[in-house]
Design a protein. Structure first.
Length: 332
């Protein structure tokens, strides 16, 4: 079978589209014909570049942490998946191990995964959409529900509104009954937040974030700030815009990671700060069901053949895309 493999760390050019042995499922595993796998800035690009040594990737390696495809074979002992099912693969293998990092991933025509690490994709959800949702929705749900304890009627500020985790966060919060303020660094990206269902939008380049957020909440302040960027200026302002018993939830820091925090405001307003990249696989299901019902939109920049992964990695590294780039091995 064809796969995109790298035998050394380096720039996108180290990726090679080659023939590798086709895998067979072992006990408890399923074999999947891959139809979509996204290119992630950190887990794919930075890892391939050798900038994530703590992940302990050992070349030769086939990346791809979030494949979606059709089950073509089930291994011994598998009873809850069958040939023909469309499934999405999650990342968390346990013990801080990740699919596509500590094992070969989905950048290939076929991959194998433990059946328990997958979910069946509802009918009506595309491969590309399922790929993005399975990757980001569990994290969004964990931040808003398990950590943030979101309640209907609360006001949530979503930072990085046009990004993948931000866009899923906006819609998750809206589906849970919150008032949502989308926050981005341009009018175009703020408009994307509004198009996804946010009630209000703030362009932090042209408006004072704290002042505007305070105005939009009638002086009460925000209940939740949802962030995965850690921009030193905007995240600091967002924390100061939190009202009493406000919560900051975060699962990223690529815009920082150091943020100056006004600790007088933190203790005076009883602010809680929660950070976690973790998620539970089952927390993707509400978003997948919402997508099947037309209540969850996914930002996909473009779908490219797996054979063009070198160009796809270059695009992800060079531009702040507003949606995922998806690789599809069935296109070549």
């Amino acid at each position: 079978m064809k796969a995109m493999i790298y035998r050394e760390f380096g720039p996108p050019d180290v990726l090679r589209y080659e023939d590798v042995p086709e895998p067979s499922p072992g006990p408890g595993e399923i074999k999947i014909e891959v139809h979509a796998c996204s290119v992630n800035r950190v887990l794919d690009c930075a890892t391939r570049a050798g900038k994530q040594p703590h992940r302990k990737v050992q070349p030769p390696h086939v990346g791809g942490v979030d494949p979606v495809g059709i089950v073509t074979e089930v291994g011994p002992g598998v009873t809850d998946r069958k040939v023909g099912d469309t499934v999405a693969v999650f990342q968390n293998l346990g013990h801080r191990n990740m699919f596509g990092i500590q094992c070969w991933g989905g950048n290939a025509q076929y991959t194998v995964a433990p059946a328990w690490l997958t979910c069946v994709v509802p009918k009506g959800v595309s491969y590309a959409d399922a790929c993005v949702i399975a990757r980001h929705a569990p994290v969004a749900w964990n931040l808003l529900v398990h950590l943030g304890k979101i309640k209907a009627g609360e006001t949530v500020l979503v930072m990085g509104a046009a990004g993948n985790l931000g866009s899923i966060g906006i819609q998750t919060a809206k589906n849970l009954g919150a008032t949502v303020i989308a926050c981005a660094g341009s009018d175009d990206r703020a408009q994307i937040g509004l198009d996804l269902g946010a009630d209000y939008a703030i362009n932090y380049k042209t408006s004072d974030l704290k002042t505007e957020a305070t105005r939009l909440t009638g002086g009460k302040g925000l209940d939740i700030v949802y962030d995965n960027i850690a921009n030193p200026e905007t995240t600091a302002a967002a924390i100061e815009a939190l009202g009493f018993d406000g919560r900051l939830v975060t699962a990223g820091a690529h815009g920082g990671p150091i943020v100056p925090v006004n600790f007088f405001h933190v203790y005076d307003h009883r602010i809680s700060i929660f950070g976690s990249p973790q998620s539970r696989n089952e927390d993707a299901l509400p978003a997948l069901e919402a997508a099947a019902q037309g209540k969850m939109k996914v930002l996909v920049e473009q779908v490219m053949p797996l054979s063009q992964a070198v160009e796809a990695h270059r695009l992800v590294e060079s531009s702040p895309a507003t949606g995922k780039i998806i690789l599809d091995p069935t296109l070549g």
